[in-house]
Design a protein. Structure first.
Lengths: 183, 510
């Protein structure tokens, strides 16, 4: 019996995956920043592409990934890339968010708060970190769950492809670059 | 056979995708664990779990529908849930420019959780959400929210219902004032009572200050204050940031998670072996101060320091005390980390915890990560805890049958190695060891079964393979021993069962 249910659940997973066709468009949302000001994704996208990253102060992989995102942001800022770092820190750790951001020098990030993870769920699941590159049209060009060292190369490849450039931050000279289209 | 509603739900959602032009997103996570045969945890029965969580968000213009189905047969925590009854979270929401209306399940935190706090942490089966109606609005510098709903606790039993109103106004120079009124109906934990909450938030050039105060009309003891106070002072500059938390609780005691009592204090540190012995807050009587400092130093170094001190209070006092009879507790943590431009990272962590005249805990750890061929990462981690307990309050027999009184010492350690490659996966080997013969709750665990899983000279080796070859789909295979006991996530903790066997987890995001 458990095996039967296991197979049914696997089948369900496959069926759920068929809904992926509709997930290319980022769901619009409103969140407050660390100063209490409300921001809406659709308005932010009018200014250019957004690199959206869900993270938390207690999430070790997130804190490994954010410095990499900062390097990518520095390299493509002039092209119009903006990083929106959505913290899912709850009431226990929320007060750590801004001091950490300031100490790390991630001042160019727009830091939003998603304490109940409702917005995180809109992008599928609750796993952290979650990174997405969103075009001004709202189309999700690239998304990735979790972080292991080296993932930043895929992210930069997607960003560079969007701007029609060659990766310059994470890719040592002379190595082949994975295409964003592969994602 | 009970036909699982998962199937019908998935088909329904698969077909509505074309109708709803807005989009569908979600996650499906399948978790299966099979306990190994021949192990000695027989009294726990044929323990294992099989869960499938399907979570869907469908949006169409200003409307959003959220459905979650949790098929549990049983869950890791022993809960059974199947069929359409397993659709345990759902809401329909309208989002206008100034107004949001929701019917169904919702989670909100007011007053950083002290006025009202709702959260769900599935990893530890913690849920204080409400089901009801929520209306929220914002216009220029005004904002407000009103709700009515009923709470369903983690065992599926209806607890009290609640209703509340929250109003906030931002003055031109940034000062934000907020006030809340709530009414909690009678429930298993308490009689009906009202709560008032007040908030002040003031951002300035180099930081911000936040204060929240709550007062309840409910006082089970009589003649006592019934209030809660929390404040956070955040300060930052170039290359540094600090936060100072202060709390002062004299609130009615509750013994199960409740939306009235979220803990608005920082977790001390994310450190596996130390997280097993957390400080338990006393919401009915506690005063505490915590400082957390982040520093960015030259040569790619960064340092984090955390100091936490709490105690009870016999009269209303402003600062925590070190006096023994007030149950003082304090801890000091420091972590130094260096991240090199090539991707290599190393970190060392050391800390000390003390509950005066009762126990002392020293610990440390090291983390090293090396990039290989710009791509493959090798990571190793070591953690160690040394516990010295003085003036032992328990007595009993040790594993050899000798009676123990008084002082006691034990050590915990954890070692892990992992190799990861993007687009392929990660393999991790982990071994945890403990000489502890107590459960975190203080219950004597000296039976043969418990010694094996929790007890003296226990080892919990395991291996896990995480395959991420397909983007947004991850398969994790675990084999080995998993230590039971306290498990913490996001600063919340609870006890979980141990495991010897295999676990399969398939996570798909779409």
């Amino acid at each position: 019996m458990p095996l039967r249910r296991f197979i049914i659940a696997l089948f369900t997973t496959a069926l759920a995956g068929t809904a992926a066709f509709a997930a290319d468009k980022a769901p619009d949302f409103s969140l407050k920043d660390v100063d209490g000001k409300t921001h809406k994704l659709s308005k932010l996208l009018k200014e250019g592409p957004i690199l959206l990253d869900f993270w938390a102060t207690w999430c070790k992989p997130c804190l490994e990934e954010l410095p990499m995102i900062e390097k990518i942001e520095q390299a493509y800022r002039k092209d119009g890339l903006r990083v929106v770092a959505v913290s899912v820190d709850n009431t226990k750790s929320r007060s750590k968010v801004k001091p950490l951001i300031k100490a790390e020098g991630w001042d160019n990030f727009l830091v939003l708060l998603d304490e109940t993870m409702e917005v995180r769920r809109l992008f599928g699941g609750t796993t952290m970190p979650f990174t997405a590159l969103i075009a001004p049209s709202g189309e999700i060009l690239y998304s990735h769950v979790g972080y292991v060292p080296g993932d930043e190369k895929k992210l930069e490849a997607a960003v560079a492809a969007y701007f029609g450039k060659e990766p310059s931050v994470t890719e040592p000279a002379g190595e082949s670059t994975p295409s964003a289209a592969d994602e | 056979m009970k036909r699982p509603g998962i199937l019908a739900l998935a088909i329904l959602l698969g077909t509505t995708g074309e109708i709803l032009a807005g989009g569908i997103s979600g996650q499906n996570e399948l978790r299966y664990a099979r306990r190994g045969t021949g192990d000695i945890l027989k009294p726990a029965g044929n323990w294992g779990y099989f869960e499938n969580d399907l979570e869907i968000d469908a949006t169409h213009e200003a409307f959003r529908l959220h459905l979650r189905q949790r098929f549990l047969h049983p869950s890791e925590f022993g809960v059974e849930q199947s069929g359409f009854r397993a659709i345990d979270k759902k809401y329909l929401e309208y989002r206008g420019d100034y107004l949001t209306i929701r019917g169904g399940d919702f989670y909100r935190n007011w007053g950083r959780g002290l006025i009202m706090g709702m959260t769900e942490v599935r990893e530890i089966n913690y849920d204080t959400g409400l089901q009801g109606v929520l209306v929220e609005g914002a216009y220029e510098d005004f904002e407000g929210a009103i709700f009515r709903g009923g709470e369903i606790d983690t065992s599926g039993v209806a607890q009290e219902s609640a209703e509340g109103l929250n109003l906030g106004y931002r003055l031109p120079f940034g000062l934000r004032l907020g006030t809340s009124i709530l009414h909690f109906d009678e429930g298993p934990r308490h009689t009906a009572f009202d709560r008032r909450g007040y908030e002040v938030n003031y951002p300035f050039d180099f930081g911000q200050a936040y204060v929240v105060y709550v007062a309840d009309s409910f006082d089970p003891v009589g003649g006592r204050f019934s209030h809660g106070f929390y404040s956070a002072l955040e300060l930052y500059g170039t290359g540094w940031g600090a936060v100072i938390d202060y709390k002062n609780y004299r609130l009615p005691p509750y013994f199960t998670p409740a939306l009235q009592y979220p803990p608005p204090v920082q977790p001390e540190v994310t450190f596996n072996v130390f997280d097993r012995y957390p400080h338990t807050p006393y919401y009915d009587n506690e005063v505490g101060l915590q400082t957390d400092i982040n520093l960015a130093l030259p040569f790619d170094w960064s340092v984090k320091i955390n100091y936490d001190q709490v105690s009870r209070q016999n009269v209303l006092t402003m600062l925590p005390s070190y006096r023994d009879y007030l149950g003082p507790y304090w801890s000091l943590w420091s972590k130094a980390e260096r991240s090199l431009p090539g991707g290599d990272r190393y970190a060392v962590l050391a800390g000390y915890k003390e509950q005066t005249s009762f126990w002392h805990r020293y610990g440390g750890g090291a983390h090293y990560e090396h990039r290989w061929m710009h791509d493959i990462a090798f990571t190793t981690e070591f953690q160690h805890l040394w516990n010295v307990m003085l003036h032992e309050v328990f007595q009993g027999q040790d594993p050899s049958g000798n009676w123990l009184y008084g002082d006691r010492q034990f050590r915990d350690a954890l070692v892990s190695f992992s190799v990861s490659k993007p687009r392929l996966g990660t393999i991790t080997f982990l071994c945890e060891r403990s000489g502890d013969i107590y459960d975190i709750s203080g219950v004597r665990l000296n039976s043969e079964a418990n010694r094996k899983f929790w007890g003296a000279d226990g080892y919990w080796p395991s291996a896990e393979l995480a395959i991420t070859a397909v983007e947004n789909h991850q398969l994790r295979l675990f084999y080995g021993y998993e230590r039971g006991g306290i498990r913490c996530s996001g600063g919340l903790c609870r006890n979980v069962n141990p495991l010897k066997g295999v676990k399969v987890t398939l996570t798909s995001q779409f």
